[in-house]
Write a protein that binds this ligand. Structure first.
Ligand code: HEM
Length: 493
């Protein structure tokens, strides 16, 4: 028998590995360059606590709890530092620090999505190709497309009026945003509102989970594949399905011809940009990767914010009434379209959107960067070059000094927002890698919520409560129950 396959040999290899791990852990504990930074004892020599928290979807809350115990700068793994102080925003999210390898999973085959480009300069070129498509002016020209899908949604909602049947807004707001995003991005009607088919949404869910776990812990997927786990197959299949949808959508877009598509859809901008400006030209694979990225980043985030806003309004009827009054005062005729130019100036609607983004930030996560060059100093701590460091919106949005009663949904707090409130508000991150789709998200939120609460009164269904809406986080946040049932009742005019 080959000596490598004897049980005795494997036994020795195992012991050697354990010894190496223990020695490395002792080294990390005693002499690591981050040894002066406080944090939970076990996290100082092992990644296991962070890994377990990530696996259970409870990482964001766990990091908040560690900050409360150990202060604004903490070590959450041997080589990772988390910061909660606002002074960290500029020091971390700037032109110098690159992203970490936690983003490596965001790719189409070998081509990285924008979010996964580590280097700021490299990302700048990709962002330059995309940003014109997301400009306010370009999106204003697409307002009619958003309204078209919303009208379909509102017509569909009428079926539930007076029937005492709840609507699962976790599902249906996703249908709505997928229909809007695929139309304004690729001129394609994915038709989720009409098909009520959750299959594609499930694929996006699998993909989010895979990216959020296999990015920071890249051993997960290979181990799952080795163990032939069904989830690994689902994750891989989801990736292929979303890619093939993007390829088909692009073919459909090309076949439709210029006369039959929206002049300003995002794909048109990308294709046009590629032809006219060699500096920002995207390859075929980069275009597909970007389309996949738009599907992932552009739908769930907005849908979840609208869902959490509707949930908060359902459990705060006085605020809901205030919003409704604001809307009917601005648009007294129920048959006139609700223009975004007016909606965006309504203070309660604005406060509602901000509070939903603050308490239920769709990407509440620890967003990793790598400290460049000479290192930095934050809150009196030296953080050396090469350290993985990050902040999370979830922590900053719960700072009770900046936002008194941070867990309370108080839209009016934004009427006289302090500089500290504005600085600590990070739903779209900050600096040169902040969200590209911010204008689109803000516009959709105001158009969707404005139209819905102009026409409907919303109340909680019996199974929707704090426990069912508890956050779980896999890069993006969702309610633990994966549903949010609400009753919609139309105002009688
Ligand atoms: C409420 C809705 C949204 C929220 C809260 C949100 C939040 C974020 C955050 C926090 C980041 C930074 C991620 C990081 O640094 O790791 C980000 C990046 C990004 N978002 Fe959004 N997003 C939203 C909607 C959208 C939409 C509608 C699109 C496009 C259709 C989009 C496209 C992107 C892209 C491409 C990036 C990567 C930018 C880069 O790495 O340079 N997002 N988003």
């Amino acid at each position: 028998m080959d000596s490598f396959s004897t049980p005795d040999h494997w036994y020795r290899v195992l012991i050697a590995l354990v010894v190496i791990y223990l020695i490395a852990s002792i080294f990390r504990f005693l002499w690591h360059p981050l040894g002066h930074i406080p944090g939970p004892l076990f996290s100082r020599f092992s990644t296991i606590p962070l890994f377990l928290q990530s696996l259970s979807g409870a990482r964001a809350g766990w990091i908040v709890a560690q900050h409360e115990k150990y202060g604004p700068v903490i070590r959450i793994a041997p080589d990772k530092v988390a910061v909660s102080s606002a002074s960290g925003i500029k020091a971390i999210y700037n032109n110098k620090n690159s992203k970490s390898h936690a983003y490596d999973s965001f790719r189409f085959q070998e081509v990285k999505m924008c979010i996964a480009l580590l280097d700021v300069k490299q990302a700048h070129t990709r962002r330059k190709a995309l940003l014109p498509a997301f400009s306010r002016q370009n999106l204003m020209e697409m307002e009619f497309v958003m309204r078209h899908h919303l009208e379909k949604f509102l017509d569909w909602l009428e079926k539930f009026d007076d029937t005492n049947t709840p609507v699962d807004t976790f599902k249906w707001f996703r249908y709505l945003t997928f229909d809007v995003v695929t139309d304004i991005a690729f001129g394609q009607q994915i038709g989720m509102l009409s098909s009520n088919d959750t299959h594609f949404i499930e694929q996006v869910e699998y993909r989010n989970k895979r990216n959020s776990l296999n990015g920071p812990f890249p051993f997960i997927l290979p181990v799952m594949r080795l163990l032939r786990m069904e989830t690994a197959k689902k994750w891989d299949r989801a990736d292929e399905e979303i890619a093939s949808y993007a390829v088909r959508a692009r073919e459909g877009w090309a076949k439709a011809g210029e006369a039959n598509r929206h002049r300003v859809d995002i794909l048109s901008r990308m294709e046009q940009g590629s032809k006219t400006n060699p500096e920002t030209a995207l390859s075929d694979k980069e275009i597909i990767a970007t389309m996949m990225e738009i599907l992932n980043a552009g739908s769930d985030t907005t849908a979840n914010t609208a869902m959490f806003a509707a949930y908060e309004l359902a459990r705060n009827p006085a605020i809901q009434e205030e919003l409704h009054q604001e809307l009917v005062t601005a648009f007294p005729d129920p048959n006139t379209p609700l223009d975004f130019a007016v909606l965006e100036k309504l203070p309660i609607l604005d406060g509602v959107c901000r509070e939903a983004l603050r308490i239920h930030a769709p990407i509440p996560s620890y967003l990793e960067r790598v400290i460049s060059e000479d290192g930095i100093q934050i809150e009196g701590y030296d953080v050396p070059k090469g350290t993985v460091i990050g902040m999370q919106a979830y922590t900053n949005h719960r700072d009770s000094v900046v936002y008194p009663q941070p867990e309370e949904f108080i839209p009016r707090r934004w009427f006289e927002a302090t500089e500290e409130m504005k600085t600590s508000f990070l739903p779209f991150s900050a600096g040169p890698r902040a969200c590209i789709g911010l204008n689109l998200a803000n516009m959709q939120l105001r158009i969707h919520l404005g139209h819905i609460f102009h026409r409907y009164r919303v109340t909680l269904a019996e199974d929707t409560n704090e426990a069912s809406m508890k956050h779980v986080e896999f890069f993006m946040v969702r309610p633990i129950s994966q549903k949010c049932n609400l009753y919609f009742k139309k105002y009688k005019s």
